[in-house]
Design a protein around this ligand. Structure first.
Ligand code: FEO
Length: 172
């Protein structure tokens, strides 16, 4: 069973994952408009992944015989300063999500809710992987710098990361 407090907290997380999905969709749109195909593909995939994160919790809440709420999504930004600023924002956003997942795990512990604790472990691993991925891209962006051809090289680098992530997902 789920407590009312846990039900509400999981519904808040549903909303957070839903926002992340639309935030990344908006970034994908901006990148495609700027001609950065690699970056846009990366964010289209991230948007789909976040939708999946949202749905996993949605279905879990219902499986636990509570009500999952389809969230109202606040409009994400549609204009961005640069690809560097995007990845900085995305990293900050993922850290916020990690904090939120950790708080849910704490609540599950406080309530002796082993089922939800167990369910959340997938998210703990996922956040660790997502943060590591974004950090590795930020490191590459720093190395490439912001010279005249940097956008070309950044997009090329992200295209390569896309194929690596795609292969890993294919193997999973
Ligand atoms: Fe589902 Fe990237 O947080």
């Amino acid at each position: 069973m789920l407590s009312e407090k846990m039900e509400a907290a999981l519904n808040d997380q549903i909303a957070m994952e839903g926002y992340a999905s639309f935030f990344y969709l908006s970034i994908a749109s901006w990148c495609e408009y700027q001609g950065m195909e690699g970056a846009s593909e990366f964010f289209y995939r991230q948007a789909t992944e976040e939708h999946d994160h949202m749905m996993r919790i949605f279905r879990y809440v219902l499986e636990m015989d509570k009500k999952a709420i389809a969230p109202a999504i606040q409009q994400p930004p549609s204009d961005f300063k640069s690809i560097q600023s995007i990845f900085n924002d995305v990293y900050a956003h993922e850290q916020k999500v990690t904090t939120s997942i950790n708080q849910l795990v704490n609540l599950a512990n406080e309530e002796n809710d082993h089922s939800t604790h167990n369910f959340l472990q997938w998210y703990v691993s996922e956040q660790r992987e997502e943060e590591a991925l974004i950090r590795s891209i930020l490191d590459k962006l720093k190395l490439i710098g912001d010279g005249p051809q940097s956008l070309y090289f950044i997009d090329k680098e992200i295209t390569q990361i896309n194929s690596q992530v795609g292969n890993q997902q294919g193997e999973a």
